[in-house]
Design a protein around this ligand. Sequence first.
Ligand code: BDR
Ligand code: CA
Length: 312
Amino acid sequence: MTARSIIIDTDPGHDDAVAILVALASPELAVRGITTVAGNVPLALTTRNARRVLALAGREDVPLFAGCGRPLLRPLVTAEAVHGQTGLDGAELPEPTVPLSDRHAVDWLVDTLLAARDDPVTLCPLGPLTNIAMALVREPRIADGIAQVVLMGGAAFAGGNTTPAAEFNIYVDPHAADIVFRSGLPLTMLPLDCTHKALMQADWIEGLGRLGTRVGQAVSALLRFYQRYDVAKYGSSGGPLHDPTVIAYLLQPQLFAGKTCNVRVEVGSPLTLGMTVTDWWGVTGEPANCTVITEVDAAGFFALVADRLGRL
Ligand code: BDR
Ligand code: CA
């Protein structure tokens, strides 16, 4: 089996942390590197958090690069209410032990993707799309080194989680998202329509703690903290686990279903800024640019995540 090369662009974040761990635990995937972006918390914290997750996994050999500290045009909006002041509240995580690279993530993305024409890489953005848009603008030829972009973000019919119209990752940097959705790259989006159909239940979270591993105990504590916010917000029995759907989709696409259609990002209207306007019925005649995933086998998804976490 040849492992698929991926790069994870991320703003950890509890669900980002789980996505990184699941990817690292999966032999089907070769994580070529991790790039961090400002999002759930400012860049210094998302970078520190990504490094702590690598330390937790015992994988500080994975290259990690800090990227953009703010969106292209707008001031940064963060989500401490969801993820806590550190961005990963709820568990004691190890401190990183190796120095952070002084290369900028966008520089590394450009060089790596230019060199990847013969073995294109799948990009997995789990946060605002600032780094990806910056790399595409700086060097459009990187497109030849990108197999596809599979991202968590947006909402087709679900409504927003940050404004009535917009999901957090797209809302934080709508202009970057607009660049990515107009790029012509093969895109797959795991929007709220999908992630809100897979809600973590308390016994599943407790079960991770019973794996008897350091990773299982840390993730269980993290997710106990993480889901308190969404349970209160939505009045549901559990909260969504957004970002790992990207990794699960790469591992077991049969767990998911959706449709390929035209998606555009709203960048003009103050009321609906960051909305992912999805032409599900093809009424515009505009060409399809994105596979929009709206369905997930929740039981299969949570079994996959637990299985992979149990390997670490
Ligand atoms: C997205 O926003 C962030 O808070 C999560 O990490 C996820 O990427 C969900 O809207
Ligand atoms: Ca995220």
